[in-house]
Design a protein. Structure first.
Length: 95
């Protein structure tokens, strides 16, 4: 008689890519998946921030682009418009 055992795949470092077994209908599993994605996203943001802080660039962008960012950020923050505030922050991270 031959027994077949499931051999777990090795986990690799990099962008989070769930196995299909990770995505079940079990609510606890969905929460765990969400938490894992959140943790991976947070690690990536922190990694990018550290890289930027260690870079040799003193100024990111022109003074004009900095002023546009500050004004957009302050306007969104003062108005309480979270969608615009998130968009402003996301655009800054991407640049």
């Amino acid at each position: 008689m031959v027994r077949v055992h499931h051999v777990p795949q090795p986990r690799v470092s990099g962008p989070y890519s769930p196995d299909t077994a990770d995505l079940s209908d079990d609510p606890a599993t969905r929460v765990e998946h969400h938490d894992a994605v959140e943790a991976a996203n947070t690690r990536q943001v922190v990694s990018r921030a550290r890289r930027r802080l260690r870079s040799d660039r003193d100024v990111i962008g022109s003074p004009e682009s900095h002023e546009r960012f500050v004004q957009a950020f302050l306007g969104a923050a003062r108005s309480g418009d979270l969608a615009t505030l998130e968009q402003v922050l996301a655009e800054d991270l991407a640049s």
